[in-house]
Write a new protein. Structure first.
Length: 310
């Protein structure tokens, strides 16, 4: 991704800027058209009058890969695509059905198959992680600049991130070297997809500012509210849930037992700086997640414990 601040530096130092009709965040710093000619229609129509260093070079186009865990037909995915489409070239690769809570699982016991809907969205008979892995390592001719996962139907707060297919899709993008974010709409029956989509677009437009470390994924939770009712955006840490409810035992038509996974527990750690607290206050929660799960605070203790073994 071409950094906006670098483009501004080049314009300031050279007097050149791109005159292509592309968004500022993705203009190529190597475009060689003088800024003074950018507003001159005749200059656009007569590039031969320019000296060799001023010949317009092809402009970089931001490439965005979209995925989710609710499936290719999810309204959240459609809303996200509509919001991000003006920013660059989109490729959508999503599961062919709902694969919520698939976490970071890859399919290794059968081949993956790819289909395409009339709207151009690709679907895969696999998990969200499969979709991103397949897209980046085999389906696309060139790796995307950015991976965005969502909009999830429901929260991904606290411990949810360990189970979430939405977060896992973004995490796979980061594992494969791409900046990534996961976007969720916090409601059991989401309505305001346009709010979450607008938040996603604003964050993508700011991704060029170089805030994130290379091992970081942004986990975004948006209250299910109209845009005008949001109470701002907060940087948060993960909270924690109480343990999940017990499984629900039922019987199938033949009288044999079947089990449904119980509902997630409520908030156990919902301190002021957590994702739970932000959403409860009507604010968007943005939590930087690291791909390194090492608990460094207890590493020395584990080392001492191992030393006592032998």
């Amino acid at each position: 991704m071409i950094l906006l601040r670098e483009r501004k530096r080049v314009i300031k130092s050279t007097g050149f800027r791109c005159i292509n009709d592309c968004v500022p965040q993705i203009r190529n710093r190597f475009c060689r058209v003088p800024a003074t000619l950018a507003k001159n229609p005749q200059a656009r129509q007569a590039p031969s009058r320019l000296s060799l260093p001023h010949i317009l070079q092809p402009c970089a186009v931001l490439s965005i890969l979209l995925s989710n865990d609710d499936g290719v037909h999810s309204p959240g995915l459609a809303a996200l695509a509509a919001a991000l489409e003006p920013l660059g070239r989109l490729t959508v690769v999503a599961p062919d059905r709902n694969r919520s809570a698939a976490s970071n699982s890859l399919t290794v016991d059968m081949p993956l198959r790819v289909g395409q809907l009339d709207n151009g969205f690709h679907y895969v008979n696999g998990t969200p992680t499969d979709c991103v892995h397949l897209a980046i390592t085999g389906l696309l001719q060139q790796a995307p600049d950015l991976v965005v996962s969502g909009i999830n139907n429901g929260a991904n707060l606290g411990d949810d991130v360990l189970y979430s297919g939405t977060v896992a899709a973004a995490m796979e993008g980061r594992f494969l070297g791409r900046p990534a974010l996961a976007v969720s709409l916090v409601s059991s029956e989401p309505r305001h997809y346009e709010t979450a989509a607008r938040v996603a677009r604003l964050l993508v437009e700011r991704m060029d500012e170089g805030v994130m470390a290379t091992d970081t994924v942004l986990n975004v939770n948006v209250p299910d509210l109209p845009w005008t009712e949001l109470a701002g955006v907060r940087a948060t840490r993960l909270g924690a849930r109480h343990k999940a409810e017990p499984v629900v035992k039922q019987a199938d038509p033949r009288g044999k037992p079947v089990y449904w996974v119980g509902a997630p527990g409520g908030a156990a750690d919902a301190g002021e700086d957590t994702d739970f607290a932000a959403v409860a206050a009507g604010a968007v929660s943005v939590t930087p997640l690291t791909t390194d799960l090492t608990h460094r605070a207890v590493l020395k203790g584990v080392e001492r414990w191992l030393g006592s073994i032998g």
